[in-house]
Ligand binder design. Sequence first.
Ligand code: SIN
Ligand code: FE2
Length: 215
Amino acid sequence: MRDLFADDEHALPRRENITAGAVLMRGVALGVEDELLAALAAVAQDAPFRHMTTPGGVMSVAMTNCGAGGWVSDRSGYRYDSTDPETGKPWPDMPQVFRRLAIEAAADGGYDTFVPDACLINRYLPGARLSLHQDRNERDMACPIVSVSLGLPASFQFGGPKRIDPIRKYLLRHGDVAVWGGPSRLCYHGISTLKAGDHPKIGPMRINLTFRRAL
Ligand code: SIN
Ligand code: FE2
């Protein structure tokens, strides 16, 4: 029998290999969703979501961070910073429920020594997108990226280490976790324009947590 994650009519495999080193595990965050959402609200209270500017312009995705390092961007480029430039304070601590989920998901994905020190939190309203990019500002490329999706479904584009490599698309839904590292660590990825909708737990948006070893 096929291993299906069938909590609704749109059954998808519970676990799908994306490419060597990259795996998609569906529904694994559902067991702690209420704790995740409560912790997220507390983080966003201390470090509000904001639209950062990149050398290319203002991002459609709103972002905040928790953990020792936060991903920040301005007109001159990207970096990790221990201070939130908006508040002048350190980023909020990474909630235990975040850290534990990231460690467990990384281990399930084959990376059993991963401990995150940074969590970038992305908020997509309908119409927002994240163009194809590599995550390459982290110090230790031996550590994977762990990505947790909440709220509205999104189409995740995943390519190869070169921008021109072919792209495959994966539907990321509430509770899904993607892990990529090792040979896939520098693969290009992005999120297609978010479609309108209203998620019963999150409302009309998608939230993504990406855990990194950044500092
Ligand atoms: C990211 O690439 O940093 C986030 C991807 C996502 O929102 O799923
Ligand atoms: Fe990324």
